[in-house]
Each structure stands twice: as C-alpha cells, then as structure tokens.
Design a protein around this ligand. Structure first.
Ligand SMILES: [Zn+2]
Length: 305
C-alpha cells in the first residue's frame, strides 16, 4: 500500500513536469488550450498561456498564438482535428511573447493576423526584435524558431466583423496592460476575450514599459457595465465578471497606497517594504510581478495629471 502511494505520488510528480496540450471545448463553438502557471522553462517549453479557437462556418477564428511556432503548430493540429476548415483570422490581444510569438505558424496557414496599432508600431519600430532577442537570452533554447510577423489588419480604434450573423466587436483599449491591447466582444453570446486585462486569483502584471494603470482602471470600469457572461483570458480558466473586480481592486489599491505614501515623502524602498505584506501575497506570480508593478506605478505617478 505504502509502495503504491509512493509510486502514485511519483507519477503525479512526473506528470506535473511533462508538457501536454489538451484542447478543451468550453462553449458550443469555442475551444481552448490552457497553459501552465509560471515563466517559460525547458519543462513547459513556453506553454504558459491560453489560446482559443472559435469555429465558424467560414473557418477558425483564433485568439492568441502561444509562445512559439512549435506550440502554435500543435495547437493548429488540434483545431484541425475538430474541423479541417481554414484558419481565417488570428487576433493578438497584445505583444507579450506568450500571446504573439507563435503568430508565424498561423500566417503559414493563410490566416489574417489582426492586432492593434500598438502591435504594429512595436513591430515596425524594431522594439519587437529587441524584445525577442532579450527573451532568447533570458530563456535559452525555447524561442530559437520564433519569427515575428506584422499584423495584416490593424485596429486603431474599433472594428466590427460579422461572421455567421454574429458581431465580433474588436476594440483597441491601449494603453492598459501594454501599449497594444485589444479586446474581442461577441455581444450575442455575451462573451469577451481580454488577453491579460482581467485575471483572477493571480497577480495582474502592470510592470510592462508600455502599461498605463490609470487607463487600465478606466477600461475595467467600462467593462463592469458591459453585458458579459464569460470572460476568456490568457491565464485562467473561463471567468465570470467577478474577475473584473479582482483585477480592479489590486490595481486601485496599489495606485492609492503608492500615491498616498509619495505624498508623505516616503522613499521608494520604504513604499516597497510597506507593500510587501499585502493580502494578494498568496497568489501565483506575486514574486514575479508585484514589485515590478510597484516600481512602474511609483514612476508613472510623477507624470500623471
Ligand atoms: Zn501579457
């Protein structure tokens, strides 16, 4: 009995470190793969985020491309296992590696890549190349085959696609999580795809150089008033609207506290210390994101009016 349980534990242990991608049906025509929690590693091969496929009569609509061409290829083959229809559109919610770096593989399939004006600027300014090189250096051996692509269709403000009589409202809400965020809202189904703008029971990442926490809160305030049943994001299982409050409360708390302490002339180190023991400490990515978030907001507050 004891030996059996040791064996079982060992199996669970091995399994938790091996890479597997499972396509799950989460709605009548929506499928998802769910990434691991954490940073890219040899074990997870960069599979750290979700991607979605929406099956329509015209073909697949994909939201986010995973971190590498290898992962994208596997995701595509799983979608093709459900339906061999072409991949028509690929929406990139923002420029972070786990949403954008698999894009070249979809392009090979003939898909139109859709992203924000911010994503296009990121690509054309050369910032995307610098970012890719930095990532290649930080996480060796995972991102070697990444080829960046330019969006074919650029969302400056808002655009509506109609497919199977359903509206897909694409809105550029940047700058918020990054300078390149878009959301995809399907009013008929009360479904929204938000990238990393809404998370639950993990720490939102505000530390991107292009983030804007003030505007991010405005976006969340607007979303609170939208008729939404299900939120699909980059890192959670499907969520309900309470996730908007979770994200809002954390960002609002940091902004309020940091602002107050700056007015009291506390130094950055003192502020960091005072905010090291907050109720969000128990959530994943606290170590990786929380202090970067404090640093970014601390600096941004000087430039806000
Ligand atoms: Zn992100």
């Amino acid at each position: 009995m004891k030996r059996l349980s040791v064996l079982l534990l060992l199996l669970i242990f091995i399994n938790s470190f091996s890479f597997s991608m499972e396509l799950k049906k989460v709605n009548k025509n929506i499928y998802m793969v769910e990434g691991n929690i954490g940073l890219p590693s040899k074990e997870n091969k960069g599979f750290i985020s979700n991607a979605y496929g929406i099956l329509t009569s015209e073909g697949w609509i994909v939201v986010d491309t995973l971190s590498t061409p290898e992962l994208a290829k596997e995701f595509i083959s799983k979608l093709k296992g459900v339906s061999n229809k072409p991949i028509k559109y690929v929406f990139i919610t923002h420029y972070h590696l786990d949403h954008y770096f698999g894009a070249s593989e979809f392009k090979k399939e003939g898909a139109k890549i859709i992203g924000s004006k911010g994503l296009e600027d990121f690509y054309t300014s050369g910032k995307a190349d610098l970012y890719l090189n930095g990532i290649k250096n930080s996480f060796k051996g995972i991102f070697e085959n990444v080829k960046l692509v330019k969006p074919d269709i650029v969302i400056k403000d808002k655009r509506v696609f109609t497919i199977d009589g359903k509206k897909y409202i694409i809105e550029n809400v940047a700058p918020a999580h990054t300078s390149s965020d878009i959301i995809i809202y399907i009013p008929e189904d009360k479904i929204i795809f938000v990238g990393d703008l809404v998370v639950k029971n993990r720490i939102p990442f505000v530390g991107d150089s292009g983030s804007n926490s003030k505007n991010w809160l405005k976006v969340l305030e607007k979303l609170k008033n939208v008729d939404i049943k299900v939120i699909y994001n980059g890192h959670n299982k499907p969520l309900d609207k309470s996730a908007i409050d979770f994200t809002y409360d954390y960002i609002k708390f940091l902004r309020n506290e940091i602002s107050k302490m700056k007015d009291e002339d506390l130094s950055y180190d003192e502020i960091k210390e005072k905010l090291s023991n907050v109720k969000w400490k128990k959530y994943p990515q606290f170590k990786a994101f929380h202090f970067k978030n404090i640093y970014k907001i601390y600096n941004d507050l000087d430039f806000e009016f």
